[in-house]
Design a protein around this ligand. Sequence first.
Ligand code: TRP
Length: 329
Amino acid sequence: MKRVFSGFRPTGKQHLGNYLGTIQNCVALQDEYECFYCVVDIHALTTLENTERLQEDIYEMVLDWLAAGIDPQKSVVFVQSHVPEVMELHTLLSMVTPLSWLLRVPTFKEKVKMQPHNVNYGLVGYPVLMTADIALYKGDIVPVGEDQLPHLELAREIVRRFNSLFGFVFPEPQARLTSFPLILGLDGVQKMSKSYDNHIEISASPQVIMERVMTAVTDPARQFRSDAGHPEICNVFRLHKIFTPASADEIASECRSAGIGCVTCKNMLAQNIGSTLEPFRERRAVLSSKPDYIAQVLAQGANRAEFIARKTIREVKEKMRLLRRSNYS
Ligand code: TRP
């Protein structure tokens, strides 16, 4: 069976953008592939100023994933640093990665601009660590957003180079673009993100969902209740297409004719988001009431991951002549 690998920075509670863009896709892949879903805490250290919230962010994120349908019986859910072999492979792969390849990675250049006071060595090696993640588990398919495509291209080049220098070990990973369109935040301008505070958490209560939806920006041309609206440019309508698919056409025509106002329209949206998220909220409550449940899931995931990781490392070292046959048989 082909193997899926994807890594996620620990960002704490997940929002609708994470759910629609990423989690939903990961849930669907579970039935077709052997999936590895990894919380990349070491990657997070390349940009973190401190680690006070790290454990809490890992916990909340994993809890949301499981509540939203990632099944730890089917998929291997684990934390990157719990399987330290990834750091070993990172070092070995760094020897076959020309520095020039890393210096031209677009995300590296962006980070240099964003954090000029903290251009650390790990930041340059970010794509090598990402390659090590995928290669350690011999991932074939990597579901990612468009921004990660240059990293994936680099991962392919690194494993190709390794394979040609030392002999075949790693399959070339293929990116699988998540087909979902970009989810805009409640401001209707930026993409949905916690850092812009324009998001709705998937664990939000119906009241909070209502309050958040009420703050959403709609068609700015629609000043008065009697003004005709333009659903095609309205972000609330975009969300209706996702959460109210059956009556989206009707809502659009009611908006154009000023048959309904924005408040009514938002009310409906909030209700529909609420009923979509309700089962997650219920499952989240059940899971979080079991003491140590998340810790157990992550420990079991790390065990399963470690078994494969050790095999790969042995194979890599043998190919690189770092091990003699008598040392590992
Ligand atoms: N760089 C990815 C991101 O920022 C996270 C990541 C780390 C990843 N390792 C990975 C994604 C391996 C896919 C595969 O989103």
